[in-house]
Structures are given as C-alpha cells and as structure tokens.
Design a protein around this ligand. Structure first.
Ligand SMILES: Cc1cc2nc3c(=O)[nH]c(=O)nc-3n(C[C@H](O)[C@H](O)[C@H](O)COP(=O)(O)O)c2cc1C
Length: 214
C-alpha cells in the first residue's frame, strides 16, 4: 500500500471487534515504532503504559470519558502516553550514557557537545514546569502520529483519545510518584463489522487552504 492509501484508509475507529487480538509480533513492531520516534535533542521524554487484559482495562476505565469507554473495552490494546516530569539531572545523564553505549560518540568532545546542546534546549523549554511539560507533550504527539500511521500500514485500527480525565488516570496509575504525567491515550485493534465510522467519507479542508508554496 502506498502512503497516500494508508493515510486515506486510516480512520478513527469507534467500535472494535472484541474477539480479535493483535498478534504479539505485530504489536511488538508497533512498540518499536514508538521507541524509534524522533524527539527534540533525542530527549525521549516519555513512558508508555500498555493495557492488554480485562483487569487492566477495568482499572483505567473510570478515567475514560463515558463516550470513549467502548473503545477501551472493545480494543485489543490500549496505550497511555506519559511524559516524564520533571526532566531531571539523573534522566539527562542516563540519556547520554545510553547514546554512548549505542556507539553515538567516537570522541569525548562529541559526547560533551551533545550533552551541552541538549541541556541548552531543555533549559530553553523549561522556564516553568508547565512549559517543560508542554514541550514534552509535543514530542509525545509525534510518537502518537507515528503509531497511528504505522498501525494503519499493517492493518491495525486505532483511536487517539483525549477524552479522558488525566487527573484521575494519573491517580489510578500512581503516576505522580513515578515522575510521570499522562497526556493522551490510544486504542488499537480491529474494527467491528458495524463500526459506522469506517464508511463515512473523510473530511479535510482543501489543500489550497493548507499549503502555501513560496
Ligand atoms: C489528539 C487526538 C485526540 C482525539 N480524541 C478523540 C477521542 O477522545 N475520542 C474519539 O472518538 N476520537 C478522538 N479523536 C479522533 C478525531 O476526532 C479524528 O481524528 C478526526 O475527526 C479526523 O477523523 P479521522 O481520524 O477518522 O480521519 C482524536 C484525535 C486526535 C488526533
């Protein structure tokens, strides 16, 4: 399938076939796509909670807006996207060490330059805790976009979900004590036969309103 076809065929699934599970190898591929997502200065300011069983679904359900609950109960998997807050010294050191381990630094100078560059951007975006969280959230949404597209490419249906109570979700998953904060949720699985949204035409603004060629 070409990329335009994938983008046309991907749509927001409202009702899933509860009997269908995403095969483990395919779900692992999608987790790898999340892991490989780009982020500013390779900050990877995220952590993902994966929900794939009824007990875990029931646990998070009270945090999900009622109109969105059928997506969670019907989907094969749900992912809660969290940012790390705050992005602290231990985390920055851990990132640098990982890059070193992965062979990114042929010299100590390069390693130091990367560390300095990253700290510059982190500082620039951390005037307040809110601005830091906002910057991290932008990175998370890139990961979400990649996931939605990649899932469509392998025939997995998805729903991005902002319709949930973040405060409640953070309490249920005890995120604050782990230095995390939930930002968005996604469900993945296979559309139900009666998912009306599958047959609605896509609606987008015309390209003349979107693109300016200079
Ligand atoms: C960040 C984000 C949050 C969304 N939240 C919800 C949601 O809570 N519930 C829902 O049914 N759809 C949700 N949507 C789906 C959008 O309504 C949908 O993407 C849009 O109407 C375009 O339709 P399409 O995805 O079928 O092309 C969300 C989409 C995005 C990108």
């Amino acid at each position: 399938m070409n990329i335009v076809d994938i983008s046309q065929k991907r749509y927001t699934t409202k009702h899933y076939d509860q009997t269908k599970k995403i095969p483990t190898d395919q779900f692992d591929q999608l987790l790898t796509v999340l892991r490989n997502s780009p982020s500013s200065v390779n900050s990877q300011p995220w952590h993902f909670y994966v929900i794939d069983n009824d007990a875990a679904k029931n646990k998070i359900l009270p945090a999900i807006a009622e109109f969105n609950q059928p997506r969670i109960t019907g989907a094969s998997h749900t992912i809660v996207f969290c940012i790390k807050t705050p992005l602290d010294e231990t985390y920055l050191v851990n990132l640098l060490n990982q890059e070193d381990k992965d062979g990114r630094y042929p010299s100590a100078d390069l390693k130091q330059a990367q560390d300095q560059g990253r700290r510059h951007f982190v500082t620039l975006n951390s005037a307040t805790i809110e601005s830091q969280q906002c910057w991290e959230s932008k990175q998370i949404y890139l990961a979400l976009g990649q996931l939605l597209f990649a899932a469509a490419a392998i025939g997995v249906d998805t729903t991005a979900i902002e319709g949930y109570d973040a405060t409640k979700m953070d309490e249920i998953l005890e995120l604050k004590s782990k230095g995390l904060k939930s930002v968005v949720v996604a469900t993945l699985g296979y559309r139900a036969k009666n998912d009306g949204n599958a047959h609605r035409p896509k609606s987008r603004l015309p390209k003349e309103q979107l693109f300016t060629f200079l």
